[in-house]
Design a protein around this ligand. Structure first.
Ligand code: AP5
Length: 222
């Protein structure tokens, strides 16, 4: 496969960011997380950040036109020419249509869509224990994947933080938003034959291996 375009979709806390970072580290395609891009924009006080912040704080989706625009700009960067791992985009049917058009304009197409399947009680445990590095975005979990020095990022030593939208009420709302807007994408992509459902409750390496096997099987198909 000359290029590799992957979409990782699933509810909050399912492990999309963890797997996308691992895939990037081992195989190279850039990890493009719309959530990370918005968090940087909010931190830096950009126009996009100001427009996105109230939606993110509530756990609502940022309007499609804002999200589509940041993805369009990101996918025009030269490092995405050979592929990309899209984490958390698309999340609505109009975003999925926009992505198809964007890739088609560049003679590209999706190779695989990975849906992370997981029970809600597991998600809640993952999100309450999650800590992130505000500098580099590295993801930890107090129980499953703690940093080597408590409270500090292994990569750059920054003090780890809890995401504001990981507060319990906001998490419950994000799950509801996922069920309403993003879950319908499962059928949309399943029909296209490039869909993999992974059991996201398994250990990180087991989930990674299943994704890798699927991507390799797609690469081998005519
Ligand atoms: P975003 O940042 O994308 O949040 P999300 O989709 O809700 O996903 P999360 O980042 O919460 O979870 P994850 O699946 O990446 O899990 P992780 O790997 O961290 O979006 C934030 C907000 O931005 C949205 O609410 C919205 O407002 C806006 N937004 C973003 N994209 C948008 C779009 N397309 N349209 C509109 N609005 C958009 O793992 C979670 C924890 O579990 C970690 O602690 C990790 O260490 C642990 N863990 C991971 N895998 C495993 C495993 N296999 N076993 C045990 N523990 C594990």
């Amino acid at each position: 496969m000359k290029t590799l375009h992957l979409v990782f979709m699933g509810p909050p806390g399912a492990g999309k960011g963890t797997q996308a970072a691992l895939f990037h580290e081992r195989y190279g395609p850039p990890h493009v997380s719309t959530g990370d891009m918005f968090r940087v924009a909010v931190r830096d006080g950009t126009d996009v950040g100001r427009r996105a912040t109230e939606y993110m704080q509530r756990g609502d989706l940022v309007p499609d036109e804002i999200v589509d625009e940041i993805v369009r700009i990101r996918l025009a960067q030269p490092d995405t020419a050979r592929g990309v791992i899209l984490d958390g985009y698309p999340r609505t049917l109009p975003q999925a249509d926009y992505l198809d058009a964007l890739l088609a304009e560049r003679d590209r197409g999706l190779d695989a869509v990975v849906s992370f399947e997981i029970h809600e009680e597991v998600l809640l445990r993952r999100l309450t224990g999650r800590r992130v590095c505000p500098t580099c975005g590295a993801i930890y979990h107090l129980g499953n994947n703690p940093p080597k020095t408590p409270g500090r990022c292994d990569l750059d030593g920054t003090a780890l933080v809890q995401r504001k939208d990981d507060a319990p009420d906001t998490v419950l709302h994000r799950l509801q938003v996922f069920r309403q807007w993003t879950a319908p994408l499962v059928n949309h992509y399943r029909k296209r034959g490039l869909f993999l459902a992974v059991d996201a409750e398994r250990p990180v390496e087991a989930v990674h291996e299943q994704i890798l096997q699927f991507v390799r099987s797609r690469a081998a198909s005519p």
